[in-house]
Design a protein around this ligand. Structure first.
Ligand code: SMG
Ligand code: MG
Length: 377
């Protein structure tokens, strides 16, 4: 491919901004309800260009062990010194350069993804070209949080189907599962539907979860503990609904283990959880080679992280609609202008501009910034 040798870049400056945005509507999972999104925006400067990454860690350590505070500390004190002043041949080398630090994938991903954006800009190419994307648009689904009532849930489902989204995912937990799915099937028929438990069940609930089998769900996402692949394999033997793993898949090795044990039939890829684009591509390729479809998850990202996700989801084995929806479902205004839009047929075009290919409204970023920090080579 032309220009491959021009991917060299030197990291000269790293900037962190802690940003807080109110959500358009609350989002409730089995962990609890949130009204805001607070996250770290990371800029990497080098060779006269700037790349952007968004850290998907949250204020609390519920989805993952990382938080904004741990990510800030680990980036500033341990990861930044590993990249500043260094020349990279290719952004795929960044993750390996951070290997001395164990875990902290969300912190690593913020740097790694910014490096991909930077390299794509220096190459005058859209990010999807560097990542190996093959699609001009991606299929979009929505994740609907736990609601106050089944009527409220029905209203949300109606709204999202009318907007054109290609599949509905609902969050479940004990006490909000079978009846919610039954209501959706009764009112909306055979719409593409799946559920996500965020680890709210144990293997002792297998018989209860098997009650979901009669609804023809696309999958059940992460029903059991985040670090328990073995019990997911046991559960998969007791239910016909395909198991999809999210929290459990933190590396290509974890994906290989889960697939070998038949602990899942589908994998959710989130670059933040995997340490960035390079490891996500490895998981994508491994799954493709083993006949496992993947789809792109979401972490309530701003338009900046969301744009990264759109580019990654343009790779060929992203065969199912992802949790990559329109900006207006989350933030009005978003940090980018225009926001990510979804067409009436439930697709998002892959941006064709340089890098992540969206326009950041820096005044909005400044207005939403709580804290900043800058490190130089
Ligand atoms: O970005 O629309 C979104 C959210 C998608 O459900 C979503 N994400 O487990 O897949 C998941 C959750 C994690 C977010 S809660 C912190
Ligand atoms: Mg999930």
């Amino acid at each position: 491919m032309a220009g491959i040798l021009c991917l060299v870049f030197r990291v000269e400056r790293l900037q962190l901004r802690l940003v807080r945005l109110p959500l358009v509507a609350f989002f409730e999972t089995s962990f609890g309800r949130v009204y805001n999104k607070t996250f770290i925006l990371l800029s990497l400067d080098g060779d006269g260009a700037e790349g952007l990454g968004e850290c998907v860690a949250d204020v609390d350590p519920y989805y993952s062990a990382e938080t904004n505070v741990t990510a800030w500390h680990v980036i500033k004190d341990f990861l930044a010194p590993l990249v500043l002043g260094r020349t990279f041949e290719h952004p795929r080398d960044v993750f390996a350069s951070l290997a001395r630090v164990r875990g902290h994938n969300m912190a690593k991903a913020a740097i790694e993804m910014a490096a991909w954006d930077l390299a794509a800009r220096l190459q005058h190419a859209p990010l999807s070209h560097l990542l190996g994307g093959t699609r001009a648009e991606i299929a979009s689904g929505v994740s609907i949080g736990i609601q106050d009532s089944l009527d409220d849930l029905a209203t949300k489902v109606r709204q999202e189907l009318d907007a054109g989204y290609r599949r509905i995912k609902i969050k479940i937990k004990p006490g909000w599962d079978v009846a919610a799915v039954e209501m959706i099937r009764a009112r909306f028929g055979a719409v593409p539907l799946m559920v996500d438990a965020n680890a709210a069940y144990t293997l002792a609930d297998a018989a209860h979860l098997a009650e979901l089998d009669r609804f023809g769900l696309m999958m059940i996402e992460q029903p059991l503990e985040y670090d328990d692949v073995r019990d997911h394999a046991k559960l998969q033997r007791r239910i016909t609904t395909p198991v999809c793993l999210d929290e459990s898949i933190h590396s290509v090795r974890a994906a290989a283990e889960a697939i070998a044990l038949d602990a899942c039939r589908i994998i959710n890829i989130k670059p933040g959880r995997l340490g960035g684009h390079a490891e996500s591509i490895r998981v994508h390729d491994f799954c493709a080679a083993h006949g496992i479809p993947v789809w792109h998850g979401g972490m309530l990202e701003s338009g900046i992280g969301r744009a990264h996700n759109v580019h990654l989801a343009s790779l060929p084995n992203f065969r199912l609609p992802g949790d990559i929806a329109a900006s207006r479902r989350y933030f009005v205004p978003d940090l980018i202008e225009p926001g990510i839009e979804v067409s009436r047929d439930g697709t998002v075009p892959v941006p064709t501009g340089l890098g992540i290919g969206v326009t950041v409204d820096w005044d909005r970023v400044r207005a939403a910034t709580i804290e900043t920090c800058e490190e130089k080579a």
